[in-house]
Design a protein around this ligand. Sequence first.
Ligand code: C2E
Ligand code: CA
Ligand code: CA
Length: 377
Amino acid sequence: MASIGDSTTTSIVSVSDELDVHTVSRFGGDEFVVILEGLTGNSHEAAAQAETIGNNILSSFKLPFEMNGKSHHSTPSIGITLFFDDALSSDDLLKQADIAMYQAKEAGRNTLRFFDLQMQVAIAERTALESMLRTGVNEQQFALFYQPQVNGDNAVIGAEALLRWLHPEEGLIPPDRFIPLAEETGLILPIGQWVIEAACETIRQWSESPLRSHMVLAVNVSARQFRQPDFVEKVQAALTDSGAMATRLKLELTESLVLEDIEDAIKKMRALKRIGIGFSMDDFGTGYSSLSYLTKLPLDQIKIDQSFVRNLPDNANDAVIVQTIISMTKGLGMFVIAEGVETDEQRQFLGDNGCSTYQGYLFSKPVPLEQFEEMLG
Ligand code: C2E
Ligand code: CA
Ligand code: CA
């Protein structure tokens, strides 16, 4: 059974005339179903036969065709699933063909894909995680953990707020497992908004304590969140509503986020900087790291990615990269922080080379707010 998407109504008839197929039907919209009967009993051979026919269908679409006196061009995507007798219901078979067709579409169209079980398992897991995540958003199952940022005297000058999903059954789910999906589904918008509001609330609380009022809290911002046309207004509103001081908030952006639309990024960053918010370039060194864009951005800080810190001081390449980033940052009049600092040797090397702000397990892992505040004394 093959499910074909993105073709047009009449063309399929001419295809079916040329090929020895048993049933060609329009399934709905731009989707057509082709059923091939009597393929061989050997599944490898049957797959090869189905693939040949699928490729024939694709090549008949390579040329433009006439319809109502107009020339048309179509780029079909074909999903194929094999079945024996009555093993699965027609609904299940259509779903499998559909899954495979979407894989073909994702692969750039004009191509075909076979359904496989692993694909279905991955999709089922994703669907389950997505519905779990929706519940998580509705029931507010998130928390911020705080990881200290320290200066050369080991004094805590601030923290990075790191998102945790506290699932009632699964326990603590790390961000890497759900942020990509949250991005894809748009759920990152309510989640990211909550993160900013929760961070502002913490900043406001800290402002009441002389031991804490100087601290700057860094918050990660995702691309989709930053792209919202009213991102600037949303951050401003979170500050106003909580009564947090803007100068105590720092937003961590990544290079890829900024480069998606650099003019828009500059505009938003400038607007937020005007009210006192700081900016740090996260994971620096892993992306384009080009000087020309760096000088255009109103950044306060560059964060050396932990992958360069990990093998210091022994790895000569990483040592040179880190030295270069530090001197470049200084040359541009920005501050520099190293993340993922785990050992005294790493910290020593960084300090000797002019980096005097650090974050990493050497000082503390990210911890819940109460624990973080206990650490401060
Ligand atoms: P990131 O922004 O690069 O955060 C640093 C990650 O490194 C954190 O992982 C942190 O726990 C970990 N880390 C800190 N010190 C060390 C160390 O010494 N050694 C090692 N091996 N790792 C260290 P985490 O908390 O799992 O966060 C992973 C990523 O999830 C973050 O990477 C960030 O991209 C994303 N993320 C976290 N919170 C948020 C959020 O509120 N919003 C968005 N959009 N993304 C977030
Ligand atoms: Ca970060
Ligand atoms: Ca980082």
